[in-house]
Ligand binder design. Structure first.
Ligand SMILES: C[S@@+](CC[C@H](N)C(=O)[O-])C[C@H]1O[C@@H](n2cnc3c(N)ncnc32)[C@H](O)[C@@H]1O
Length: 157
């Protein structure tokens, strides 16, 4: 972690594609995970910023009360980072992950970036097995943490 943080004391967390916590059960648990990560790793996770075009006014009020900033500008998941940043993209479309990686495709940026997103395998299975979907499918789907050249997959039991 020290290698990624460099001279920075904390890492920004950017959440893309959370959905609406007002209307989506999975989004509520995904936001809870982000807040718990910040709580449990407060020595290296700092501010949380979030954007999804469907975040409502009610969502914004709740999220701000919980300590998250809701962005008003659509970055198209293409933020070009200038400082250590953890991107949390729960159950996002593949192309948005591609856009983010493309925008930061150089060693100096990738070396400052952590990507926490759903397992690509599980996401593909989800679309294949859509008929079998239960809310728990998304909540407990595998999570894959991508750090440049290192892929750590947190498999469900
Ligand atoms: C498959 S849904 C996932 C929603 C939620 N995380 C879940 O697990 O149910 C993908 C989400 O990406 C959001 N999205 C679409 N374009 C986006 C953009 N430019 N920036 C951030 N989120 C975007 C959509 O509004 C949608 O909520």
């Amino acid at each position: 972690m020290d290698r990624i943080l460099g001279s920075n004391s904390k890492m920004l967390m950017v959440i893309y594609a959370l959905g609406s916590i007002e209307s989506n059960y999975s989004s509520r648990f995904q936001l809870a995970l982000a807040i718990l990560l910040k709580r449990d790793f407060s020595h290296w996770i700092g501010d949380i910023e979030a954007y999804d075009p469907i975040i409502s006014v009610t969502d914004t009020k709740i999220m701000e009360a919980l300590g998250c900033s809701v962005l008003s500008i659509n970055e198209e998941c293409r933020r070009r980072i200038e400082k250590p940043t953890l991107f949390y993209m729960p159950f996002v479309l593949f192309e948005h992950v591609g856009d983010l990686l493309e925008a930061n495709w150089c060693p100096s940026r990738l070396n400052q970036m952590i990507l926490l997103t759903s397992s690509f395998n599980d996401t593909m299975e989800f679309w294949r097995d859509l008929d079998d979907l239960t809310p728990g499918t998304l909540l407990f789907s595998n999570v894959v943490l991508i750090i440049p050249r290192i892929i750590i997959s947190l498999e469900r039991e």
